[in-house]
Design a protein around this ligand. Structure first.
Ligand code: NAP
Ligand code: MG
Length: 402
């Protein structure tokens, strides 16, 4: 069989630990035999980030701006223990944070649904994609403990020195106070990323805040979304037969629980933090969550939502076989290949991505899966395979389908 051609390279960001091992297996078994794979390779493994003083992370993000599409393996975000383990020059920042800052993107997370691993919420039939605004609010807040009676005010000093004040509270006794902010530019990027992603995936977009209580702060989010929607997206949404829908956050939560799924739920930073864990867990498994960073300028970076699966890696180093689930990492590759195919007009590449995803799902539905899925599967014949055996089973299903 002739290999499927590519014209523009994908930006390939390699990573750490168990996912780095899976990365290699996926390429060798599921991609290289079928696709004339073109990538520009960046090694974001912690050792190489340390050698390059993290320049490689910046270079990989710049390459993503050049080519438009990247696929990323999970990477270690260093902490104190990693400094000793990897003899680091310093505690390098989270690569995802660095890349997100450079691409100015929003992260969209969606579960992969398979029969036999049923969502805890009975009505959910289609994935719910969470889009979390990743800037500001309580994550960049400042706080004080108020020791006793006194007055707390917000003070804005303009560049010309004029001041505007707003009373927060007249304290009679001890208490607490918090100040937080966001910036219009960031909210606008968030809105555009969400509208573009909705058009891209042909799904409705829901957005919710608490604007009835927070009449300036949350209301600004609502207004910015609405203005951008009316000006730039209304016609495009109508042409694509999709809807933009705004409601209060409590109403949104109630509707999500009664819904069938199949839409994007845009959340402010804190709501997205909390709701993404709720949605991921309710759909069944962290190892079945995909994640894509989409920028308002139209750059995409695909990855798995889980980390480097450190515990399994230490077993692997001892020579033990592990049953680590490669599905989310495979879907990062298929997502990136499909997007590359779409941008370059390569329908064969897009079809290959579809077939590989279907092979993954069919293999699991036939009862062959990794250990993490067996424990939550309702299939009577669910069988736990090692990562190698599982990837081999997917390859067999794929070949039968081709
Ligand atoms: P993790 O890698 O997501 O793994 C946590 C646990 O979840 C695992 O020990 C495993 O449970 C289960 N799990 C996750 N993915 C799995 C898979 N594909 N197959 C089977 N089980 C899976 O999180 P972590 O251990 O807390 O973090 C390890 C490293 O990853 C850290 O250094 C962190 O900085 C990094 N991290 C990176 C990213 C990213 O690059 N996007 C995201 C998160 C974390 P059992 O052990 O019970 O089998
Ligand atoms: Mg969280």
């Amino acid at each position: 069989m002739e290999k499927i051609k590519m014209t523009t390279p994908l930006v390939e960001m390699d990573g750490d630990e168990m996912t780095r091992i899976l990365w290699q297996m996926i390429k060798e078994e599921l991609l290289l035999p079928y696709v004339d794979l073109k990538t520009e390779y960046y090694d974001l493994g912690l050792e190489h980030r340390n050698e390059t003083n993290d320049q490689v992370t910046i270079d990989s993000a710049e390459a993503t701006k050049k080519y438009g599409v990247a696929v990323k393996c999970a990477t270690i975000t260093p902490n104190a223990a990693r400094i000793t383990e990897y003899h680091l020059k310093e505690m390098w920042k989270s690569p995802n944070g660095t890349i997100r800052a450079l691409l100015d993107g929003t992260v969209f997370r969606a579960p992969i649904l398979v029969k036999g691993i049923e969502p805890y919420v009975k009505t959910w039939k289609k994935p719910i994609t969470i889009a979390r605004h990743a800037y500001g609010d309580v994550y960049k807040g400042s706080e004080m403990k108020i020791p006793g009676a006194g007055k707390v005010e917000l003070v804005y000093t303009a560049q010309d020195g004029t001041q505007t004040k707003e009373l927060v509270h007249e304290f009679d006794g001890a208490g607490i106070v918090q100040g937080m902010h966001n910036i219009e530019e960031s909210i606008e990027s968030f809105a555009r990323s969400c509208f573009n992603f909705a058009l891209d995936t042909k799904q409705d977009l829901w957005f919710a805040t608490k604007d009835t209580i927070s009449k300036k702060y949350d209301h600004t989010f609502k207004d910015i979304f609405q203005e951008i929607y009316d000006k730039e997206y209304d016609e495009k949404f109508k042409a694509a037969s999709i809807e933009y829908f705004y409601t209060l956050i409590d109403d949104a939560v109630a509707r999500v629980m009664r819904s069938e799924g199949g839409y994007i739920w845009a959340c402010k930073n804190y709501d997205g933090d909390v709701m993404s864990d709720m949605v991921a867990t309710a759909f069944g498994s962290l190892s079945m969550m995909t994640s894509v960073l989409a920028s308002p300028k139209g750059y995409y970076e695909y990855e798995a939502a889980h980390g480097t699966v450190q515990r399994h890696y230490y077993k692997h180093l001892k020579g033990e076989k592990t049953s680590t689930n490669p599905i989310a990492t495979i879907f990062a590759w298929t997502g990136a290949l499909r997007k590359r195919g779409e941008l370059d007009g390569l329908s064969e590449l897009m079809t290959f991505a579809d077939k590989l995803e279907k092979a993954c799902i069919d293999t699991i539905e036939s009862g062959q899966m990794t250990g993490d899925l067996v424990s939550s599967s309702t299939l009577p014949n669910a069988q736990s395979l090692t990562s190698e055996e599982f990837i081999g089973a997917i390859k067999k299903t794929l070949e039968a389908a081709m």
